[in-house]
Design a protein around this ligand. Structure first.
Ligand code: SF4
Ligand code: SF4
Length: 439
């Protein structure tokens, strides 16, 4: 039986693009590349307006602290250095580049000349940092820092191909069409950590992906494909670690504290491209879907391509969306500007009508059905958290461990009273952070 965790929910999958091959988007006329695409300090631009840049050239970097560089995803001329307001409210600086359609690669980019076996962990960490790789499953934590902090502490390497959010099939298509990149990237990570076993987790609603990876790794004693149950949020690293190892990750701790380290499959493929092809993270696979999209697709997209260009590539909109979402419908963020660009963490762009959006305008009273409690993978009491947060009793939500909430949205999804539980929880967390309350 496929491994799983306690709690969670079954959501309608809407994996409409599961059989849609990855296609490269028509090269965009301009790209708008955010200088802050990872957790940590934002990059400082290292190019000037009017300067010609090449594909893969570094255009911004972090001088100290946590962070990794960003690179140009096309060749062309820097038109403007501007900013936009992110869904979080943060002001993000962007480098706008006009495409010269020469697709000229920066001459400094070159694959490692060393064999993997003779490359040290420090050298690989350096390659990963210089390639600007950050978590591509949505977390956007700089990958070099994750590797560095986990070396010597972990006994289990987990490759996350669960992809439990509805609609998104980008990881699924990557495994089906480029399994060798996932496999080679996994070998690099096994070498870095000095481990002799990696577990590749794939939800059991993707039998073809499981079959392909199993076939590819059949002569590889160190790599095991582990089907996990199709359940949301199976792809959350806490739930994945529990499902595969039985270890529970306490709130505030890192996976390395329980001997595990988890990487998304597309991040692993990027590590492969950095080491063997010398390429930084300048493009990614994005699922474009939703009932307002004419022809849903899986697109290979240069970082910084506008959401408008993605939608046009899919034949445009058939009706006006109520929400444009960056990411999945459960944990993604609503966007309002079609000109903003795809980032390293953008796995999907969804254009959804009223039909897919619950009516939170007039929530009813809680009927104490307990569905949210059964759904919560963190074993919290979302009904009480929402009720106390609604009344401004934030200290009480803290006593009920509000900060253990991973904001998966399973509680809101299940609530028959349409109470926007996660929104109340986010407000409570923000209020506790603002007060500087520590637990
Ligand atoms: S309380 Fe948090 S962790 Fe629990 S179901 Fe709701 S959003 Fe998910
Ligand atoms: S699911 Fe909604 S109605 Fe039911 S107990 Fe939770 S908050 Fe109350």
């Amino acid at each position: 039986m496929a491994a799983t965790f306690k709690g969670g929910i079954h959501v309608k999958e809407h994996k409409n693009t599961a059989h849609t091959h990855i296609t490269a988007i028509t090269p965009p006329k301009t790209v708008k590349i955010p200088l802050s695409q990872h957790i940590g300090a934002p990059c400082t631009p290292c190019v000037k307006v009017g300067e010609r840049v090449l594909r893969g050239q570094k255009i911004g970097d972090v001088s100290s602290g946590l962070g990794c560089p960003v690179h140009s995803s096309i060749s062309g001329t820097v038109k403007e250095i501007t900013y936009h307001i992110a869904p979080s409210g943060a002001r993000i600086e962007d480098v706008v580049i006009e495409n010269d359609f020469q697709n000229e690669l920066h001459p400094s980019l070159a694959p490692s000349k060393r064999e993997l076996s003779s490359t040290t962990a420090d050298e690989i960490i350096d390659i990963v940092r210089e390639a600007g790789i950050s978590g591509m499953g949505g977390a956007t934590f700089p990958t070099y820092a994750k590797i560095k902090s986990a070396i010597g502490k972990v006994d289990t390497l987990i490759i996350n191909g669960a992809e439990c959010e509805p609609f998104i099939t980008a990881n699924n298509r990557l495994i089906n069409e480029r399994p060798e990149q996932v496999l080679e990237g996994t070998r690099i990570l096994l070498h870095v950590f000095g481990l002799d076993e990696a577990l590749i987790a794939i939800e059991d609603n993707k039998p073809h992906s499981i079959q392909i990876m199993t076939e590819m790794s059949k002569d590889e004693a160190s790599i095991t494909v582990r089907p996990v149950k199709t359940k949301y949020p199976q792809g959350d690293e806490r739930q994945l670690i529990y499902a595969l190892t039985g270890r529970q990750l306490p709130t505030g701790k890192l996976p390395a504290d329980v001997g595990c380290v988890v990487f998304n499959v597309e991040t692993v493929a990027s590590i492969y491209r950095a080491f063997y092809l010398g390429l930084p993270l300048i493009e990614r696979i994005v699922t474009v879907d939703g009932d307002c999209i004419k022809e849903p697709k899986n697109l290979l997209v240069p970082i910084g391509t506008s959401l408008k260009a993605l939608i046009e590539e899919c034949g445009g909109l058939t009706k006006t969306p109520k929400y444009l979402i960056n990411g999945g419908p459960m944990m993604g963020h609503a966007m309002w500007d079609f000109e903003n660009g795809v980032t390293k963490g953008t796995s999907a762009i969804l254009a959804l009508s009223e039909q897919f959006t619950p009516t939170y305008d007039q929530p009813h009273e809680c009927i104490r059905c307990g569905r949210c409690v059964s759904a919560c993978p963190m074993h919290l009491t979302p009904n009480y958290l929402a009720a106390y947060a609604r009344r401004g009793l934030y200290d009480t939500t803290d006593e009920l461990n509000v900060r253990s909430c991973v904001e998966c949205g399973a509680c809101s999804y299940m609530c028959p009273a349409y109470i926007p539980i996660v929104q109340y929880i986010r407000v409570a967390k923000a209020a506790l952070n603002a007060k500087g309350v520590k637990r």
